[in-house]
Design a protein around this ligand. Structure first.
Ligand code: GDP
Ligand code: MG
Length: 440
């Protein structure tokens, strides 16, 4: 898709005159590419108008047309999927938050329940899971296995066949025990499709969820719109989780579902394992849809995106590089696409570390490093890492909290130390030997 859009834009620059006709043709090409990626046809038509208007609005004499068009296409697509952080559900501590998961069989609900449970547990919530899938044989065993592995309390029944009763009983039991988050897994199939939606309505009435989440497979095609609308009507979900983002799917169906239900995406799942779970980023999602990694022109745009740099630049100028800075940089890299290439932009041997392994392995390693820093306290993050050396028990705690090993924590600390040293050297060079700070 990305290559086709890029080609379309490229044709514009080849023609001497960029007139309405040329732009029209380019828009047609882009729209065809979107349609082929399973983006809904009505949505494509709307996009086309928006893009055309935006190009008109931003076009000024002397402006680089190719860049402008790339930027407008990218921005309009991001606008479709991005949401305001404030729109997202925030569970409250010291009260019961019931989260109900809905979605078709195979979408990844059960797997995602555990990921979400672990996500909240790591943030200090008391979390339990309830199995409401009484349709599929083995559904309870699957949830039980996942929950046990992740050390999450669970509730379910081998004998009760009424999903409304099981979910109600489970929620009540956890509520009594003052659980703060109760995640309710549901069935994704019924003898008759309409019955599934009715079942969701009944469960919803019984357990009164504070938040309902639709789990959507990224590889869903043109049926995305009708399907997600049916779930929206029966269970009025307030957020979406897109799974299987690791697959080579086109992703356009998911894009259509987001637009059709006008619902924010909270998380994405990028693999079968518990750690393959991250907060959604609109820019990241669209970059993947467009296959930005392959395209130099759009890469430039991504690099010029205003990714949050935190205090890193300021700190670096002062000759510092904290663990927090390290975390910011890794997070930015994760948002930007092809890792083995991007990691090379990081100083301190990270490039070599990541360049020798495959894309998947590099991504895995980077993510584990991020989990490690996610498990650190604010004080630890703001530090230069020395307090880990003074109190090695901190490393054990972080390793345990992030599901990694002490060796891996040490590696993160080592990387950060190397970068901190570089920051100091660079500052000393700037200020000149013998200048202030030159003797540090
Ligand atoms: P459910 O029927 O909606 O509960 O779906 P499951 O949670 O049972 O998942 C169906 C299949 O998809 C299982 O084999 C999962 O391991 C797999 N799966 C779930 N999430 C992901 C993901 O993000 N990526 C990949 N590759 N597979 C996933
Ligand atoms: Mg399931």
């Amino acid at each position: 898709l990305g290559r086709r859009i890029n080609n379309a834009v490229g044709n514009v620059t080849k023609s001497n005159v960029v007139d309405a006709d040329v732009i029209s043709n380019m828009l047609k090409e882009i729209c065809n590419a979107l349609l082929e990626s399973d983006v809904n046809i009505k949505l494509v038509a709307q996009l086309r108008e928006k893009i055309r208007k935006q190009i008109d609005a931003e076009d000024k004499p002397g402006i680089n047309k190719k860049k402008l068009i790339q930027k407008v296409v990218f921005d309009e697509l991001v606008k479709l999927v991005d949401c305001n952080e404030a729109e997202l559900f925030k569970p409250k501590k010291k009260q019961t938050n019931v989260i109900m998961m809905v979605g078709l069989q195979g979408a990844g609900k059960t797997t995602t329940c555990t990921k979400l449970a672990v996500y909240y547990q790591r943030r200090g919530f008391k979390v339990g899971m309830v199995c409401g899938d009484t349709f599929r044989a083995g559904a309870f065993d699957q949830l039980k296995q996942n929950a046990t592995k992740a050390k999450i309390p669970y509730y379910g029944s081998y004998t009760e066949t009424d999903p409304v009763k099981v979910t109600f009983d489970g929620v009540e039991e956890f509520r009594k025990e003052k659980f703060e988050i109760i995640i309710v897994d549901t069935s994704g199939r019924h003898r008759q499709e309409e019955d599934l939606f009715e079942e969701m309505v009944q469960i919803g009435k019984a357990i009164k969820p504070n938040q309902t989440i639709m789990v959507l497979d990224a590889s869903i095609g043109q049926s995305a719109e009708s399907q997600s609308k049916a779930f929206k009507e029966s269970s009025d979900f307030g957020a979406i989780i897109i799974t299987k983002m690791d697959s080579n799917s086109k992703g356009g169906g998911a894009l259509s579902a987001i637009a059709a239900t006008n619902t924010p995406v909270a998380f994405i799942a990028t693999g079968e394992h518990i750690q393959n779970f991250e907060k959604f980023s609109g820019r990241g999602f669209i970059s993947k849809l467009l296959g930005i990694g392959d395209i130099e022109g759009l890469m430039e745009h991504v690099q010029s995106m205003n990714l949050d740099q935190g205090d890193t630049i300021k700190n670096f100028k002062e000759g510092k590089f904290t663990l927090q800075d390290f975390q910011t940089q890794l997070n930015n890299i994760m948002k930007m696409g092809p890792l083995s290439k991007l990691a090379q932009m990081l100083p301190g041997g990270m490039g070599q570390l990541m360049g020798q392994v495959g894309e998947e392995e590099a991504s895995k390693r980077l993510k584990r490093m991020i989990y490690i820093m996610d498990s650190m306290t604010k004080q630890e993050l703001a530090s230069d890492g020395r307090l880990f050396i003074d109190q090695p028990s901190r490393m054990v705690r972080v390793a345990r909290g992030s599901g990694t090993s002490v060796t891996e924590v040490e590696l993160v600390l080592l990387q950060q130390k190397m970068m901190a040293r570089m920051a100091l050297q660079s500052k000393n060079m700037m200020s000149g030997a013998g200048g202030p700070g030159g003797m540090a």
